[in-house]
Design a protein. Structure first.
Length: 74
């Protein structure tokens, strides 16, 4: 596991984020790390898009009401 998400519920940007959502984010980040390793191994270019890119820039992480990761292949 490479992420360090606190699993405590909290309010972010006026939105209540439950511990279940944070557990989901943690799993998604672990899956993203595995995807990164596979893509690097096979020289596959990819990038974040949609809400994932917006969250990374605007929220420095997940958008509080988002529950997926948007990844695209170049």
């Amino acid at each position: 596991m490479f992420n360090n998400i606190s699993l405590e519920p909290e309010e972010r940007c006026g939105h209540y984020v439950t511990s279940d959502v944070k557990k989901l984010w943690s799993v998604e980040l672990d899956l993203l790390e595995q995807l990164k390793k596979i893509c690097e191994k096979h020289n596959i270019n990819y990038f974040a898009g949609g809400g994932t890119l917006l969250g990374a820039v605007r929220h420095r992480g997940f958008i509080p009401w988002d529950d997926d990761i948007d990844i695209y292949r170049c």
